[in-house]
Ligand binder design. Structure first.
Ligand SMILES: NC(=O)C1=CN([C@@H]2O[C@H](COP(=O)(O)OP(=O)(O)OC[C@H]3O[C@@H](n4cnc5c(N)ncnc54)[C@H](OP(=O)(O)O)[C@@H]3O)[C@@H](O)[C@H]2O)[C@@H](O)CC1
Ligand SMILES: [K+]
Length: 479
């Protein structure tokens, strides 16, 4: 599992490390990492390192200091380096002296040939950033046509939320130090390809703000049948979804549960005949009260927001097994919070809203601080909340949050959410703790979307068909 730390965490860890490190050593280590990445980008985009032209854009703080020191290292590799000093009177003195010593030049925003650079290094602002790019820096970046390497993070993007509220740098690549910060996982579009340079912070960092699963985490969590298992012991998933008029959600959610584990899937609802005809391995009945015993319920996709859906939800919540409430079930909970009274508080509940459902559920849209919003919702509802989005987030009431890895936007297709809830339901039934079931389910769902799409639009049925390959992929990468 990869950890992600807030700027406050990183700053205090840095303070402790600085106290026991020779003056300037951390910055030089960080800057050397920037210069190595810069050289790789120059090789890729300009075909060489020596003889290329690099422009540094340096602000007033240590981020600018990093850029200037990186310029010093690049000078030693024969690169022509010019620094635009946004705050000439408060530029990092040692960094500036080092750059000048190595033969680097400096100039004002107007005098430097920014458009002629082979690479631009953004050292405007780092973890002390507040708000968008200021007009002087914005004017410089408006003239940039070369690739941009961001020092620590793209300036103008909020380090702790990844939000962009005005002009900001869009980087080709980012080099960060010591720890990933939220911006790198919440806004990878603006960071480009992020590399982490170890400056020895590891031991000083506490609990991470966010976590990201690796293939190894997914493979380790994925339930595998043992020699003593039968169809019941692997967990029976119950699916209450769809309607006679709209059976699609029922078919997709039940089928996803079938694809996701080797155990048994029961379906209960008005689409029983359609589900059975598509997936004969599903044990289907018309009414949830006749469904028989299950180890987890998926309730909601396509059940409607009327009396029948409400009864199905209340029944599932009263069975003492984990419930994944999706789609219409979320709207029902938002409209009738008392429906949750049927639930024993010890029974895990997992909610999977998109932004609109989240707003209905909590009374306000997630806003720019999506991590804060989902964490608060999980705490208040006493439930695991999976907030869908380009970056899917999973929060548990205790405060831990997992952020999904980006795998393209192909999953934004009708019925995709039904597939996700089926996968998560199967994992819940197998006994995974709900937070992990949601995070692992979202990971495999995203992998399946990527495999199904392979560069062209796909459909929920395509995602469904790719689930086994997605599981194989995660297991192979972890092996
Ligand atoms: N500590 C360490 O050991 C190490 C630190 N390292 C490096 O230091 C960086 C943090 O440096 P830092 O704390 O000096 O602040 P930094 O981010 O450069 O900001 C400077 C000033 O900019 C301003 N400003 C704010 N918002 C702005 C905006 N939107 N647009 C423009 N300007 C804006 C604001 O001042 P203001 O103008 O508001 O008074 C702020 O004080 C870190 O990201 C990493 O790169 C590495 O070398 C590893 C070792
Ligand atoms: K920066």
């Amino acid at each position: 599992m990869r950890g992600v730390w807030t700027t406050a965490d990183v700053r205090s860890a840095e303070q402790r490390l600085l106290a026991v490190t020779p003056e300037g050593a951390l910055m030089r280590r960080a800057a050397y990492g920037v210069s190595v990445r810069a050289a790789a980008l120059l090789t890729r985009y300009a075909g060489r390192v020596a003889g290329t032209r690099v422009v540094l854009v340096a602000g007033a703080g240590n981020n600018g200091g990093d850029a200037l020191w990186a310029g010093y290292f690049l000078r030693r590799r024969g690169v022509a380096v010019t620094a635009v000093l946004l705050r000439p009177d408060s530029t990092h003195p040692e960094g500036l002296a080092a750059l000048r010593r190595a033969g680097g030049r400096t100039g004002s925003a107007e005098s430097v040939d920014v458009a002629g650079a082979d690479l631009v290094i953004d050292g405007v602002v780092g973890i002390s950033a507040r708000g968008p790019l200021r007009p002087d820096a914005e004017a410089v970046f408006a003239r940039v046509s070369a690739p941009v390497l961001a020092v620590d993070l793209p300036s103008g993007v909020d380090p702790d939320t990844g939000a962009v509220t005005g002009p900001a740098v869009r980087a080709t690549a980012t080099v960060t130090f010591g720890a990933l910060k939220p911006v790198h996982v919440l806004n990878p579009q603006d960071c480009g390809d992020t590399t982490l340079v170890d400056i020895g912070l590891g031991g000083e960092l506490g609990e991470p703000e966010l976590r990201q699963l690796d293939a190894a985490d997914v493979a380790a969590a994925w339930p595998l049948p043992g020699p003593a298992d039968d169809k019941y012991t692997q967990g029976v998933t119950g699916v209450a979804a769809g309607s006679a008029t709209y059976p699609g959600a029922a078919v997709l959610a039940a089928a996803a549960a079938v694809r996701a584990t080797a155990g048994m899937v029961r379906y209960a609802g008005p689409a029983a005949d359609v589900v059975r005809s598509h997936w004969p391995e599903v044990v289907a009945t018309g009414s949830i009260t006749d469904a028989g015993r299950v180890q987890a319920w998926v309730v909601g996709p396509g059940i409607g927001t009327g009396r029948q859906g409400r009864d199905q939800l209340a029944y599932a919540l009263a069975q003492g097994v984990p419930v994944c409430a999706d789609a219409d079930a979320i709207t029902l909970i938002a409209a009738h919070p008392d429906v949750l009274d049927a639930r024993d508080p010890a029974t895990p509940l997992l909610l999977t809203p998109h932004d609109g459902e989240f707003a209905r559920l909590t009374g306000s849209a997630p806003g720019p601080d999506r991590v804060g919003a989902v964490r608060r919702a999980a705490r208040r509802l006493g439930a695991v909340v999976l907030l869908k989005g380009h970056r899917t987030l999973v929060a548990e009431p205790g405060g831990r949050v997992v952020v999904n890895r980006p795998r393209g936007a192909w999953l934004a297709t009708a019925g995709s959410g039904d597939v996700l809830s089926g996968v998560i339901g199967a994992l819940l039934a197998s006994g995974l703790e709900p937070w992990l079931a949601a995070a692992v389910g979202a990971d495999v769902h995203a992998r399946a979307g990527e495999l199904a799409a392979r560069g062209a639009p796909t459909s929920a049925s395509g995602v469904l068909a790719a689930i086994p390959d997605a599981i194989r992929q995660a297991r192979a990468l972890a092996a």
